[in-house]
Design a protein around this ligand. Structure first.
Ligand SMILES: Cc1cc2nc3c(=O)[nH]c(=O)nc-3n(C[C@H](O)[C@H](O)[C@H](O)COP(=O)(O)O)c2cc1C
Length: 157
């Protein structure tokens, strides 16, 4: 399968999952780089506000052309119950290019009622699979079984 893992990560948690997923799928990954500063308290506040108002951002140019992949798995941190602005921007500007997609997220809590349905609505088609992981579980390396099952669900189609 010709796949690509694309993720945004403000503090490294989603990046860790994205890199591990790419290893399981034996494919490359691409990290979205935001031109907007999102570190420190001001960046935290800005990020929450941008996600809440569904504001787009300006990303650094992508390294790869994502048109040529059978599957693109996209990962985002949850911000205020919603997708991060960089992933919203990526989906909005690239959605016509994708064949199959899958979504994954990392989050502080366990609940997120809207995130995947919002991503699906923005993309306009059902994802092949979705996975939500708690950041605390990622940090203590207690996420591999769920990630392997997610990767298997993508490989078998
Ligand atoms: C602005 C902001 C808003 C957040 N809102 C939520 C939230 O609504 N629910 C939740 O479970 N976690 C929330 N979090 C926590 C992140 O989703 C979580 O720490 C995630 O694993 C961070 O991923 P990253 O290290 O890849 O940036 C929020 C974090 C930030 C910075």
């Amino acid at each position: 399968m010709n796949a690509r893992v694309v993720f945004y990560s403000r503090t490294g948690t989603t990046k860790k999952v994205g890199k591990a997923l790419a290893e399981l799928l034996r494919c490359d990954s691409e990290e979205l780089i935001d031109t907007k500063k999102r570190k420190a308290l001001l960046g935290f506040i800005r990020s929450g506000r941008d996600a809440n108002t569904q504001r787009l951002t300006v990303l650094e140019p992508l390294i790869h052309d994502h048109e040529s992949y059978d599957l693109v798995a996209r990962g985002t941190p949850v911000w205020g119950g919603m997708m991060s602005s960089p992933i919203r921007t990526y989906i909005t500007t690239n959605k016509s290019k994708f064949n199959r997609v899958a979504f994954f997220c990392t989050q502080g809590g366990t609940e997120n009622e809207r995130l995947f349905s919002d991503m699906e609505a923005l993309y306009g088609k059902n994802p092949a699979s979705v996975l939500a992981l708690r950041g605390a579980d990622v940090k203590k390396e207690d996420y591999q079984d769920k990630l392997s099952a997610f990767a298997d669900s993508l490989n078998t189609e």
